[in-house]
Design a protein around this ligand. Structure first.
Ligand SMILES: Nc1ncnc2c1ncn2[C@@H]1O[C@H](COP(=O)(O)OP(=O)(O)OP(=O)(O)O)[C@@H](O)[C@H]1O
Length: 884
């Protein structure tokens, strides 16, 4: 397998009518004396000149089973789309290539070299790093998943692949599809591409060899029109148009990843960051070690001083790329094997385009992960040993050059072979389906048994549960469910550290599994089952410890009339006599603590927290019944499990003070649960944002429909400050819910949020109608290390993004990034509408302090950070002083 370097071609567009003409960039011929010194000099095609596609080494090899990728790269408005698509008067690389392929096939047919020629095309765009099918109307198209199979080949799942019969047929499809591409106006380009477009044209050529055998070659051309790198200063993208900003951020990020990939390939890095963006994932088959086939990079340049730095960057990128080598692979196989059930079927495509014939394998490809395979090439997965061709929907290069089955030599005729293959395939499919069904039934049975087993003790105890026990149990359950969560947060919080979870990572999938359409739901059930079991075990452990604790309390009571006893390990056996106060001597309390201390050591952090919660709930029950001594003991027990909980310490001090002074102590009323008010589905963006906004004290009229933005601003100013809103903001600290539900503070500024409940918990950005920007922001944040936890990768436009509260270092990095001037968004936000949403100042008033302090504060506000001291009111020292 030979290798070849990426070929670079530069093209500079002529000045546009409204552009100032200067000589900032000029094209100079390389003197022949220097040509040798310049290793592989660029070929610069000035003005309108095009690549000579018909030349020997560019398109003709496709008919011999080669793969070719042409990438148009350059800053925005440098003429990439023009170069690739052209105009009716001046067709670009894409129509020229397809036209030439049909022309070459006609010539081949005329001279008898080609007996059959088939073309298929697929066309996708990567918009904000998500793949969309351009052969499907923009109104109905959906984000398509991108997967990598076990062989490392990347595919777009469900991408339409249509057969093309002639050049005019292709033109119709292509023109309609191009209209589906996302474009938008910027200052530099009225129809600027907001996405990377990737067109794949696959051809199958059946040719006669000298020995009168037939060979089928499968060639492929990928034509990629990348979105242009953007400088928001020049394009005029600003906060006024968050969509543009978000697009721009996504474009720049993916191009920067492309740059990193090229750099890593050049420096021989051990890790090539293909997976860092979907663009590089899809291009991995055209760039670098895995790349197969020829790759041409078209560098589009624009004239004028305005583009000087862009031109320089593009050329620098090109010089790095030219060192990358790709492997040449010829994809051929001998006489194709017509398989009956793979015959073409008529389908009508979704855009109302003329009915097209899509082969069975294409339909399969559209609905599953399995890559499109050459006719008769699915055999390997069933073990018959023939060659395979895995061609990605987008950019999986053709591999596995034909090892030919040699049918003619074997003396088996087509029909018989066909029959045998069919039988083998069907038997295999049947076998796998049966196995799958068997596994499913076993799984169900196991699940049912374990459920029955777990339900039994609950059923036995529930009927005999006394009223008070039920109350306590409810209390405990409530505490379990809510105290550390966001809903109805208890008055004492014990935060459970968030576990970080990557939701975006896409694992390679088992192709065989997908082939059979096996979606193993039982796996989820098994996981659920495991979790439930764990939970039950924990409860049992908890109950046992609680029983032990209550026994000790009971023993210590003066008259024994008040006891917390446990005759069994069941929660329902807790007895609390609320009428007679429980008295405890401090010695016992200490002994209990010591006894507990040793067991506490052995417990997991989560168990400790749960034990802590349980004691707190119990203590609360006592304090509500005005038995403060018992409550105090129980609070102290709780503290043994969660010694760092500041609110608990505060509570203990309060109760101690009340006991000492013979005062009553009324705990803060428990918050009401609002479960029923919460929208049921996170996907319901509108209902979510509507309900949360209308009910939030900070923002009764913040939605655009509810009033003018000015009115909203006035309302805002009359409303409580951010901090008070924060107090009302339910905390989310469980693994399940981490983000803070936030409200836009100022509807006029059209974004933001940020209500941080305190350091270490997290902050959120309410997406509301500003999802793109929030996403851009999140993307940027990601770059400098703040952890982004998307609730659901599928629902990017809904729900909220949440991040770990950035450390001071993170914030400094943010600030550094801002000061470095790399990110327009951050800079704009520093000086922009954030002024009006400060949590420290009255909106509109200037900030005090020097420039750096102001920026630091501003960044703090941006990330919703608040200092612990003074903000949380955790003034434990003061209270101790009060106690004397
Ligand atoms: N070679 C050319 N001759 C004449 N006009 C050109 C040429 N190249 C580009 N243009 C014009 O320049 C403008 C910008 O071109 P185009 O949209 O192709 O840029 P682009 O690089 O694709 O930009 P973006 O990245 O924003 O999509 C268009 O109006 C186009 O018609």
């Amino acid at each position: 397998m030979s290798t070849q370097p990426v070929q670079i071609v530069a093209r500079i567009r002529p000045p546009l009518p409204n552009e100032q003409i200067d000589d900032a960039i000029s094209v100079l011929p390389i003197p022949s004396s220097q040509r040798l010194a310049a290793a592989r000099p660029f070929r610069l095609l000035p003005g309108y000149q095009y690549l000579r596609l018909g030349q020997r080494r560019i398109l003709p090899p496709l008919l011999k089973g080669h793969t070719l990728t042409i990438l148009a790269y350059g800053p925005t408005s440098s003429g990439k789309t023009f170069t690739m698509e052209g105009s009716p008067a001046e067709p670009g690389i894409i129509p020229r290539s397809v036209g030439l392929l049909f022309k070459l096939s006609e010539e081949g047919k005329d001279n008898g070299e080609i007996t059959n020629f088939q073309v298929h095309m697929s066309y996708l765009e990567l918009y904000k790093d998500d793949a969309f099918d351009l052969l499907v109307s923009q109104k109905t198209h959906e984000k398509l998943p991108i997967r990598t199979n076990a062989k490392g080949e990347t595919f777009v799942v469900g991408l339409t692949r249509v057969p093309i019969s002639s050049f005019s047929d292709w033109e119709k499809v292509f023109r309609t599809a191009s209209q589906n591409r996302t474009t938008g106006a910027t200052l530099l380009n009225r129809a600027s591409s907001r996405s990377h477009a990737m067109l794949t044209v696959e051809i199958e050529v059946t040719a006669h060899t000298a020995e009168t055998r037939e060979i089928t070659y499968s060639g492929k051309i990928n034509l990629v029109d990348l979105a242009g790198s953007e400088n928001n200063k020049h394009t005029g993208n600003s906060l006024a148009n968050p969509t543009r900003l978000a697009e721009s951020a996504a474009i720049n990020k993916s191009l920067s990843t492309l740059g990193q990939v090229v750099h890593a390939l050049n420096t021989g890095a051990s890790r090539i960051p293909y997976r860092d963006s979907n663009l590089t994932r899809l291009l991995s088959a055209s760039l670098g070690g895995k790349a197969l086939g020829k790759t041409i990079l078209l560098c589009n340049l624009a004239p004028g001083v305005k583009f000087r730095s862009d031109v320089l960057n593009t050329l620098n990128f090109a010089s790095r790329t030219k060192n990358i080598e790709t492997k040449t692979v010829v994809n051929e196989r001998e006489k194709p094997l017509p398989v009956e059930h793979l015959k073409e079927k008529e389908i009508v495509d979704r855009q109302g385009l003329p009915a097209r014939r899509v082969s069975m394998q294409n339909r399969r490809a559209s609905s599953s992960l399995i890559p499109a395979l050459g006719v008769g090439s699915r055999i390997p997965s069933y073990g018959t040993g023939a060659s395979s061709r895995l061609s990605g929907f987008g950019f999986g290069a053709a591999v596995g050059a034909g090892s030919g089955t040699g049918t003619a030599k074997a003396g088996i005729d087509d029909e018989e072979l066909n029959e045998r293959i069919n039988r083998a395939v069907e038997a295999e499919v049947r076998k796998r389906l049966e196995e799958h069904e068997k596994r499913r039934l076993e799984e169900e049975e196991r699940l049912r048994k374990s459920q029955e087993h777990e339900q039994l003790p609950m059923e036995r105890t529930s009927s005999s549960e006394p009223m008070l026990e039920a109350e306590v149990k409810m209390e405990l359950d409530d505490a379990q469910a809510n105290m550390f969560g966001d809903e109805g947060a208890e008055d004492i919080e014990i935060k459970i550290e968030e576990e970080e979870e990557e939701t975006e990572a896409v694992e390679p999938m088992d192709v065989d599994q997908v082939l059979l359409g096996v979606r193993n739901d039982s796996e989820i059930k098994v996981k659920m089952e495991g979790l439930e079991r764990k939970y039950k075990d924990h409860i049992a452990q908890l109950e046992a410890q609680l029983a032990q604790a209550s026994t000790s309390i009971g023993t210590a009571s003066a008259n024994g009339s008040s006891s917390l006893s446990s005759s069994s390990s069941s929660m329902s056996s807790l007895h609390v006599d609320s009428h007679t106060p429980l008295t405890l001597d401090s010695g016992l309390s200490v002994a209990g603590s010591i006894g507990e201390a040793s067991s506490v050591e052995a417990m997991s952090p989560v168990s400790k927290k749960k034990m802590g919660r349980t004691y707190v709930a119990l203590a609360r029950a006592y304090s509500e019944k005005n038995d403060l001594s018992t409550a105090l003991t129980l609070y102290r027990h709780a503290a043994a499990f969660v010694p760092d909980n500041a609110k608990l310490k505060e509570r203990i001090i309060d109760v101690e003070w009340a006991v000492k002074n013979g005062k009553s102590y009324v705990p803060t009323p428990k918050r009401q649960h609002h479960r029923e008010e919460k929208p049921k589905s996170k996907s319901s963006k509108s209902s979510r944002s509507h309900s949360s906004r209308s009910s939030h004290p900070l923002n009764p009229t913040s939605s655009k429909e509810e009033g003018s933005s000015r009115g909203a601003r006035e309302n805002m100013e009359n409303l409580p400050k951010l901090d008070s809103g924060v107090e009302n903001t339910p905390l989310k600290s469980s693994k399940r819910k981490r983000s803070v539900s936030c409200e836009p503070i100022d509807s006029e500024s059209d974004y933001v949020l940020v209500a941080a409940p305190g350091p270490g918990v997290g902050f959120g950005v309410d997406l509301g109608n500003i999802d793109e920007e929030a996403e851009a922001e999140a993307t940027e944040a990601d770059e400098f290390g703040a952890k982004i936890l998307r609730r659901s990768p599928r629902k990017k436009t809904t729900g909220s993004l949440s991040m770990r509260s950035p450390s001071v270092v993170d914030k400094r990095k943010m600030l550094g990034m801002t000061l470095a001037g790399g990110q327009q968004i951050e800079r704009d936000r520093l000086h922009g509408p954030m002024d009006s949403i400060s949590s420290h100042r009255t909106p509109g008033t200037p900030m005090r302090g020097n420039a750096n302090t102001r920026k630091t504060r501003k960044v703090s506000e941006l990330v919703g950070y608040r200092d612990e001291v003074g903000e949380e009111g955790l003034d434990v020292k003061q209270k101790r002083a009060r106690l004397g």
